[in-house]
Design a protein. Structure first.
Lengths: 58, 643
């Protein structure tokens, strides 16, 4: 019973991998939004100098 | 053919075979030999014990294309008490063949000119190179008890001689006869009536059927013999008196002190195992002593055609045990306890070795068993199977093997019609792992996953769709950027919409940081994906050692965007009042193979097999706790230094 379940799960996992790889899926690392005035009017993300600038570095 | 008269009783006798040495007179049982001057008597043999053999003198047969006729037999008494028949067959090609019959098995052998080791050189369980590496299964002494018919040699009534039985794979069999100065080797095979081509042989006769119902000589209790032809001893279930079964009569042997052990399956119970019906003929309790004494019980099962089997009950676990031929098991000499033995290509691992002794016995047995009887045992396991080795060192020295198969409590209950057998609390030596075995499916999925990843990797275009180097110059920043910041826009580029996107940023920084912020934008829809790639690289020398940290390159992945024209807004920042950073290289590619996806899928398919493996290891650890050869036990060497 458990073996059958594992075999089913295995096919789902391998199938899922193929689907994700072929369809170009990614882990979410970017922030999505829409700009209505075009990219040249965009002020960028929270670390841009429009919002105080990047505070990282050494 | 030559005819004569018995010198003892005058009855007519006949030498039908030219090469025969003696004829046993059928009237007075005198052994009559041919001499130069006629015939001479060599004494009388005792009356034959009825062994209910299906063979008879005069029966013709055909073994492997050679015709023969049975001319005579001798009866030999074993040290353990029973007798066996050796039939003599005169073959058409002039050879003599020996047909031994013991416990329902037949062995056909021919005298061969092979070197045989001396009796002292023989090693029980060892192999004899000069006789096809056959295994020495038994070393014993036989007593000539009786004879009949025409024989190729002169039997001396009451004479004793040493012998060794050898066994090998493919039912090979040999006997070394030490009755003469130079040992004589007889070699052949275990066989059956069909292979012997004996016509007219009836199934084993039930001539002793009358003895199946007897009474105990001590208490008068009814004793029922379930294997009357093969029983050597019966123990009364009421008073514990033991009787030898001789010629259909019971001879009192000894009475046991009452130490009643009740069989959970009563004597006489019939049960079906592997489609064959057995009857419980005997029951015994045995024990081995380690730090404490461990007891287990064994049920002797009898099937008219198959012979004897055992049902072993230990720690509420059950196993069905079938005897093996010693030559079928690859093992070392009997004095040596090997770590592993092999049977039918399977390896069995040593679980326990000890000296076992009988502590209680009731019912009938095919040997003269008694309380206190000891054998050296070694148990090997390959769950759900096991191999048991027993070495008898008293009387005839014998090594015997048996094959055990685990039976669940439910199987035993169904087979023997009993109920509510106790549940086992510990893991049994032969108990199969009850959980799922996922190694094979896991391996198959791993191969499938690797194949899929290889195909995905080969099909990934890894195509550069934008590639720019931005040199930061010291001119006044535009677009409202501060002095330590710049803003660039990447020239529009085309995205196929079929693959993922990867954006790389790289700059040869030197003890500085450069923040790269970006917006990946679809020109048609205004859909933006913002990302950040903070680059920094620091290095130096501290306490004479070089160090470095940070990355001059960073990468971000974007899930497959819709097809269309895209551009990028790239914003750079660096530390205020510091030198300008070197140029930054921005690359955009589509269709890149992703190893983390593969690793994630690998972990996903491995999770359950890993958990099952941990569970199985825990189960195996519990199993081997009861073993004196526990592979899970770490040898600390704590006692090594003790004198």
């Amino acid at each position: 019973m458990l073996k059958t379940l594992y075999v089913l799960l295995g096919f789902v996992i391998v199938g899922g991998y193929v689907y994700a790889a072929v369809s170009g899926m990614e882990f979410p690392r970017t922030r999505k939004s829409y700009v209505t005035g075009g990219i040249r009017g965009q002020h960028g993300s929270g670390n841009t100098y429009w919002y105080g600038g990047y505070r990282g570095g050494k | 053919m030559s005819a004569a008269n018995c010198p003892s009783c005058g009855a007519p006798i006949e030498f039908a075979i030219g090469s025969s040495a003696v004829v046993v007179c059928r009237y007075c049982r005198s052994v009559v030999a041919r001499t130069d001057r006629g015939v001479a008597s060599h004494g009388q043999v005792a009356a034959l014990v009825d062994t209910s053999s299906p063979l008879q003198i005069g029966m013709p047969g055909n073994y492997r294309g050679k015709g023969f006729r049975i001319t005579g037999r001798t009866q030999l008494r074993h040290q353990a008490g029973g007798v066996w028949d050796e039939w003599y067959a005169a073959f058409d090609d002039g050879r003599w063949g020996w047909l031994a019959e013991a416990q329902g098995r037949f062995y056909v052998t021919f005298k061969v000119a092979a070197d045989a080791p001396s009796l002292e050189q023989l090693q029980l369980g060892g192999q004899v190179p000069s006789i096809e590496n056959l295994t020495v299964a038994e070393i014993g002494e036989a007593e000539l008890a009786s004879a009949e018919g025409e024989l190729p040699w002169t039997p001396i009534p009451g004479s004793h001689y040493a012998y060794a039985d050898l066994s090998g794979p493919s039912r090979k069999f040999a006997t070394i006869d030490y009755s003469e100065e130079t040992p004589v080797v007889f070699k052949g095979n275990e066989t059956d009536l069909d292979e012997l081509g004996i016509r007219g042989a009836e199934p084993r006769k039930r001539t002793r059927i009358a003895v199946t119902a007897l009474n105990c000589s001590q208490c008068g209790g009814a004793l029922e013999l379930r294997a009357p032809d093969e029983t050597e001893r019966i123990w009364c279930p009421y008073c514990g008196s033991g009787h030898d079964v001789v010629e259909g009569k019971l001879q009192f042997f000894r009475k046991l002190k009452r130490q009643k052990v009740e069989p959970v399956i009563p004597l006489g119970t019939k049960g079906t195992v592997d489609g064959e019906e057995y009857v419980v003929a005997g029951f015994m309790q045995r024990a081995v002593k380690f730090d404490i004494t461990y007891y287990w019980t064994e049920y002797l099962l009898y099937h008219q055609a198959k012979g004897f089997r055992w049902l072993v009950h230990s720690d509420d676990h059950w196993s069905f045990v079938t005897p093996l031929r010693p030559g079928e098991v690859t093992d070392g000499p009997a004095d040596f306890v090997a770590k592993n033995v092999h049977y039918e290509g399977k390896q069995y691992r040593l679980f326990q070795d000890a000296t076992a002794h009988v502590t209680f016995v009731v019912g009938e047995f095919y040997w003269k068993v008694t309380v206190g009887e000891t054998v050296d045992t070694a148990d090997y396991i390959a769950p759900p199977y096991g191999i048991s080795k027993e070495v008898t060192r008293t009387g005839a020295k014998e090594v015997s093997y048996s094959h055990a198969r685990y039976m669940t409590r439910k199987e035993v209950e169904t087979a023997f019609g009993v109920s509510e057998l106790p549940r086992p609390r510990l893991v049994g030596p032969l108990q199969p792992y009850p959980g799922p075995k996922l190694v094979m499916p896991w391996l198959l999925f791993l191969l499938l996953l690797i194949a899929a990843a290889a195909i995905v990797g080969m099909r990934a275009p890894n195509r550069v769709i934008a590639n720019h180097v931005y040199a930061i110059e010291s001119s006044t920043p535009s677009n409202g950027a501060p002095p330590n910041g710049r803003l660039f826009f990447v020239e529009p580029f085309h995205v196929s919409g079929e693959h993922n996107i990867v954006i790389d940023a790289a700059s040869s920084l030197d003890n500085q940081w450069l923040f790269v912020g970006g917006d990946f934008a679809n020109e048609a829809t205004g859909r933006v994906e913002s990302f950040e790639l903070p680059l920094e690289y620091w290095h130096g020398v501290e306490s004479g050692e070089r160090w470095s940290e940070g990355n001059r390159e960073k990468r971000v992945y974007i899930a497959r965007p819709p097809k269309g024209r895209y551009t990028m807004r790239v914003e750079l920042q660096w530390e205020a009042n510091k030198p300008l950073p070197p140029p930054v290289h921005i690359t955009v590619r589509e269709g890149v193979f992703r190893l983390p996806h593969f690793i994630l899928a690998f972990l996903a398919i491995s999770l359950f097999p890993a958990l099952a493996l941990i569970h199985q290891l825990s189960f195996e650890s519990q199993r081997w706790k009861e073993s004196s050869h526990n592979p899970f036990e770490i040898d600390t060497g704590e006692y090594d230094d003790e004198e």
